[in-house]
Write a protein that binds this ligand. Structure first.
Ligand code: AMP
Length: 443
């Protein structure tokens, strides 16, 4: 299959050719004709599958071929993204695809001054990429009108809910014209997302390009059990031993990111960190330097790193496992992209066994464990498998106690299978927006 056979116009074909896209990816092959036909879409596509072009390319074609010129302060298509970095990245791709088209594109997000964004919107913008909070601010300050909107794209919709944007989405929904096309993209499909889709989409076409919730199989994954307090030491040891070059490291909290970056920098290792507390300019600078290979290790929280497309990233390290199992799929999706292979290593302590179990159940695989010599944990990480059960080892016959001996060290107690199976995944509290508007008219 070729892009030309999907009915794309010549300026788009030229742009794709310049980018080296030869054949459509599976999500593109399905999404492009559907979007061109005006359908609503509900697409389950993992990160790295080419989903951005899947929605942006046909959208650009529709905007070029039909509809009136954009008027002052208006937008014709809106792409909502969960994070600032993702908004920047999606916008950069859209701008590349639109290179030979007479369309305007722009990205707005919080953490930077609103005034230049208001100025830019005065003339109107064909495609606006936005994070939900800033979009609402601009709308409330009358810098933005949505009555000309033809298409809404919700990118990484699951993440938007995870990040607590449900109320913002409900507000935005009320600001939109009823007659429009809506495209919803999500790496994973929880019940909350299905509910959201039911409210926002009109007779959508469902696209699923990879088995539901299965992690990218181009990524070699393994787990190193370790005591919590020795994680940083183990990380440095593995890095030096394996001569790891460049890697993205995920830590659970902002403090965790800062502590690890301080430790690494203290050892003279070229590391930087990004998390939600850092100003946008600092985050972007760290990311740009990492992308340019000026930074060897980028330590990040999930919020800061979601959806980033970093070319040829060979390795992702989970310094901490994510609390939400689905985030594991997003994290390891940073590597093994666009046909390359990658490695994803998780440093797991006994406290994290429930998270490990939830990840294995979600990805339907038992992650290989590699014990590192001299780092064997005192607090044993109980065995787990893809069934979500903690596997109980057959009991060894008890040795008769010898008097006076130092005895064995405490190797951690076995967890009974029911303890983990009862709570396979820890989910964050999410509010699902309630939309009480009547049925939408079909476009
Ligand atoms: P995405 O899933 O949209 O973040 O895309 C992942 C990566 O794949 C990006 O670097 C894209 O530039 C690249 N890409 C998208 N579509 C294609 C294609 N048809 N051929 C080659 N690379 C592509």
């Amino acid at each position: 299959m070729t892009f030309a056979s999907l009915g794309l116009i010549e300026p788009l074909l030229r742009a794709l050719e310049t980018l080296g896209y030869q054949t459509p990816t599976p999500v593109q092959a399905q999404a492009i004709p559907a979007v061109l036909a005006g359908r609503d879409l509900m697409a389950a596509a993992q990160t790295g599958t080419g989903k951005t072009a899947g929605f942006a390319v046909p959208l650009l074609q529709l905007l070029t071929m039909e509809g009136p010129k954009v008027t002052a302060n208006s937008v014709r298509a809106l792409i909502l993204c969960p994070t600032r970095e993702l908004a920047e990245q999606v916008h950069a791709s859209v701008a590349q695809y639109a290179e030979h088209l007479p369309l305007t594109t722009y990205a707005v997000y919080g953490g930077v001054s609103i005034n230049p964004q208001m100025m830019k919107l005065r003339k109107g913008v064909d495609i606006l990429v936005a994070t939900p909070g800033r979009l609402i601010d601009l709308f409330r300050q009358n810098a933005l009108k949505l009555n000309q909107l033809q298409t809404l794209v919700l990118d990484e919709a699951d993440r938007m809910l995870d990040l607590g944007f449900s109320e913002e989405l409900a507000n935005i929904y009320r600001m939109l014209p009823k007659k429009r096309q809506t495209l919803l993209f999500s790496a994973t499909f929880s019940d909350d997302i299905r509910l959201l889709a039911g409210q926002m989409l009109n007779d959508p076409l469902s696209i699923e390009v990879s088995p539901r919730n299965v992690a990218a199989n181009t990524v070699k994954q393994w787990v190193v059990p370790v005591d919590k307090k020795r994680k940083a030491e183990l990380f440095v040891h593995l890095m030096r031993k394996g001569k790891w070059k460049q890697m993205l490291v995920f830590a659970k909290t902002r403090n965790g990111v800062d502590a690890l970056v301080d430790k690494l920098q203290g050892l003279g290792i070229n590391a930087d960190g990004i998390h939600g507390d850092k100003p946008q300019a600092t985050r972007q600078r760290a990311l740009d330097r990492f992308k340019a290979s000026d930074v060897q290790i980028l330590v990040a929280t999930d919020v800061a790193a979601r959806g980033l497309d970093i070319e040829d990233l060979p390795m992702v390290v989970n310094f901490d496992l994510p609390i939400v199992a689905e985030d594991y799929i997003h994290r390891i999706g940073r590597t093994g992209r666009a046909g390359n292979t990658g490695e994803a290593i998780s440093l797991v302590c006994a406290d994290e066994v429930n998270m490990l179990s939830a990840i294995e159940m979600l990805t339907r695989q038992t992650l290989t464990r590699k014990m590192e010599q001299d780092f064997e944990p005192e607090h044993r990480v109980p065995d787990t498998d893809a069934s979500g059960q903690v596997v109980k080892k057959p009991k060894k016959p008890k040795k008769p106690k010898t008097s006076g001996g130092g005895g064995k060290r405490n190797l951690g107690k076995w967890v009974e299978s029911g303890e983990v199976a009862a709570e396979p995944s820890i989910k964050p509290v999410r509010k699902v927006p309630v939309f009480n508007t009547g049925p939408r008219k079909k476009k």
